[in-house]
Ligand binder design. Structure first.
Ligand code: UD1
Length: 376
């Protein structure tokens, strides 16, 4: 890119922070001018500030401070507030990552104003349109000028949707760039538990522990489903202690449904959402990870830790075909069956997917150096 106008890089929610950190670093190294815009979708200290600190992300140049709301309210508010920012800064392009509401909201405003859109982590598809993120992915890709993918299957998805393959670049996974960059600083699991005032002795045994994260509406918003999962947590914890950092949405639902107090406090160690270096340390040392997060499916594959995903589908199929991930859905028998199998047999061994090598952001910067944003 020859223009000295900046690229406006967007973050909004927790999984965006891990993706933007290496991009901002690579842009600085390649002398690509960039501004960082935070929509404010996530705002709590433990959902936000801790990540900026742990990941060394520069302080945002602009913060839209939108906060929470329904999908329509949140998306609309971001759109309304980002428009004058584009007018003021006249960026050469806008760069969005992932699939959260901030991603589609900013991309849509930019596309309609003729500002080129760059989408990092394009082409992932769960084919489950009940997931808000799937809607965000499909729409963002349709209006993007330049699309960077994390795995080769993404190009097939994009081609099926009529996207010109010339716009697509397979660069690897920026989230794994962040993992490589920070692995040595990851906090030991026992230190994290002690910092939370919890009994670190519980994870001392050779059996180890399981790490659990949950936040998908399909798992936590339905009383019956969440009751079934909570029951599984207690049953698994009899054999294997569980560390459970609880997302604000999940904590709210557990309290609303009267389930939080049913978790056995001697075997299930609940914490608030944790910082990146803490969670990375807990993942690295875990015997098993149970999750419904997209990012954790990838991070466990990169770390070689067995992952049981409480979803019926994944937009990241390489974590199953090449990595350590197993999809089990959210029914108790299926979850219990998968855990029993994972503990009884040698763990599912995987290999590291192509280009998950810590250099994805550098590849993105290299493409952008030679890119002309002119629309043809
Ligand atoms: C969002 C993303 C999801 C991502 C997840 C990671 C969308 C559609 N979803 O889901 O893809 O995996 O972030 O966390 O963008 N809340 C707080 N403090 C905060 C932020 C949220 O308490 O800092 C509470 C609020 O009650 C809010 C609820 O969490 O209503 C949900 O937040 P929201 O950003 O709407 O969605 P997430 O479930 O976090």
């Amino acid at each position: 890119m020859s223009s000295i106008r900046p690229i406006l890089c967007v973050v909004g929610a927790r999984p965006n922070f891990m993706k933007i950190a290496p991009i901002m670093r690579a842009f600085a190294a390649a002398e690509i001018p960039a501004l960082l815009l935070h929509t404010g979708q996530h705002y709590d200290a433990d959902m936000n500030d801790a990540f900026f600190r742990d990941l060394g992300i520069p302080h945002p140049d602009i913060n839209l401070e939108v906060g929470s709301g329904t999908h329509a309210q949140q998306t609309a508010e971001i759109m309304r507030r980002v428009e004058p920012v584009l007018d003021q800064h006249q960026p050469a392009a806008i760069l969005v990552v992932g699939d959260v509401n901030s991603t589609i909201a900013c991309a849509l405003v930019a596309a309609k104003k003729g500002v080129p859109v760059i989408h990092v982590e394009a082409g992932l598809r769960s084919r489950d349109r009940t997931m808000p993120e799937e809607i965000n992915r499909v729409l963002t890709d349709q209006i993007s000028d330049l699309l960077f993918t994390t795995e080769r299957s993404a190009l097939d998805n994009l081609k099926q949707e009529g996207i010109d393959p010339e716009r697509v670049h397979f660069v690897g996974n920026v989230m794994i760039d962040t993992l490589h960059y920070n692995l040595r600083q990851a906090m030991p699991a026992s230190d994290t538990l002690k910092a939370q005032g919890l009994d670190a002795g519980l994870i001392d045994s050779p059996a180890g522990y399981a790490l659990l994260t949950l936040h998908r509406p399909s798992n936590v918003d339905d009383r019956t489903v969440l009751t079934g999962i909570t029951d599984c947590i207690n049953r698994i914890a009899r054999d294997l202690p569980i560390i459970f950092p609880i997302h604000p949405r999940t904590r709210g639902r557990l309290m609303e449904f009267g389930l939080l107090d049913t978790l056995d406090p001697r075997r299930v160690l609940c914490t608030p959402p944790l910082g990146y270096l803490q969670l990375l340390g807990l993942m690295r040392e875990a015997r098993l990870v149970l999750t419904d997060s997209g990012g954790i499916q990838e991070e466990t594959t990169a770390l070689g830790i067995p992952c049981i995903t409480l979803r019926h589908n994944t937009e990241r199929p390489i974590t199953v075909t090449e990595g350590t991930n197993t999809l089990v859905g959210n029914q108790p028998e299926a979850i219990m069956g998968a855990v029993t199998q994972a503990l009884a047999q040698p763990a599912k061994s995987g290999r590291i997917p192509e280009y998950w090598d810590g250099k994805a952001a550098e590849r993105i910067a290299a493409v952008l150096k030679g890119w002309s944003p002119d629309r043809t």
